[in-house]
Design a protein around this ligand. Structure first.
Ligand SMILES: *Cc1c(COP(=O)(O)O)cnc(C)c1O
Length: 283
């Protein structure tokens, strides 16, 4: 298995990370997860652009072009003969003696590797349970930062409660999941938190919003209150690896009729079509 280290493909067990890498010590870096369907990196351009945006927001200047990155990731996927899987890519600020502040001229360290992904078919078909939790993260959730400590804590709490996801609530408003975006269907309208500093603007989210409009479904990027969430007809979550999954149980209570609802199912079908189309177009 090959991994990508600063533009070079090397054997995984031959690569090493310096103990003074700022990503390792401070979580000082950013990342992306990109899904691979039939050997095609789905939404590669959008993910690459978001990596560049996250980097710019924390003052990392990436030492390669968007096209170089796309090319390298495609090479990695080909080299590892990934058919259905994903790529994880991260860039840290670089290696330096451990001080919070840093000097100019550090060399960002970029690594990427592939892994296999099992499409969560059962979860997509039957829905999952979620618990709510307080959103105690920082106020730059728009950056896909390596600092995922609170996300980890909240996901672990959900996991230990037997739930698939933790839905985060800040000041009575639903922001997002620990690793997913959250949507509620209320009276036929899909509602989701607007893309600002309070949430990570998912690539899957963007695709879903396009599909909502294309399918003539009402959309309102207006925050959902905790009360509305508990009365929603349908709740669903989205991410690169989850795609679209219905939440049928919230804090132990049934959501709507307790099974995946019609709007969620319609969007799931449209999203699968979108994936198939992307794979077809590339051949
Ligand atoms: C990555 C991520 C998402 C989902 O984004 P996608 O681009 O759809 O994978 C949602 N919320 C958080 C906190 C994330 O880190």
């Amino acid at each position: 298995m090959k991994i990508l280290v600063n533009g070079q493909l090397v054997e995984r067990n031959e690569a090493s990370i310096d103990v003074e890498d700022r990503g390792y010590q401070f979580g000082d870096g950013i990342y992306e997860v990109i899904r691979v369907y039939k050997g095609i990196l789905f939404g590669l351009r959008e993910h690459a652009e978001r990596l560049f945006r996250s980097a710019a927001e924390i003052g990392i200047s990436l030492p390669f072009s968007l096209e170089d990155l796309e090319w390298d990731l495609q090479k990695l996927v080909q080299e590892n003969a990934v058919s259905d899987g994903a790529v994880y890519i991260q860039t840290t600020r670089g290696v330096a003696p451990r001080k919070h502040q840093y000097e100019a001229g550090l060399e960002p360290q970029t690594t990427a590797y592939t892994f296999s992904v099992k499409k969560p078919e059962q979860e997509q078909a039957y829905g999952v349970s979620a618990i709510t939790d307080e959103d105690l993260r920082w106020l730059r959730c728009d950056i896909k930062s390596l600092n995922l400590l609170y996300n980890v804590m909240a996901k672990q709490k959900a996991y230990e409660a037997g739930a698939f996801e933790g839905i985060l609530i800040r000041d009575g408003i639903v922001t997002e999941g620990t690793s997913s975006n959250v949507y509620a269907v209320l009276n036929g309208t899909v509602r989701t938190h607007p893309a600002n500093r309070m949430i990570l603007n998912g690539i899957t989210r963007k695709n879903i919003l396009d599909l909502i409009v294309k399918n003539g479904i009402e959309l309102d990027e207006k925050p959902v209150t905790e009360e509305e969430l508990r009365q929603a007809d349908e709740i669903f979550i989205s991410s690169t690896t989850a795609e679209i999954i219905s939440v049928v149980t919230l804090d132990g209570k049934s959501v709507g009729s307790g099974v995946p609802g019609p709007v969620t199912k319609q969007l799931q079908a449209a999203f699968q079509e979108c994936i198939q189309q992307a794979a077809r177009v590339s051949f």
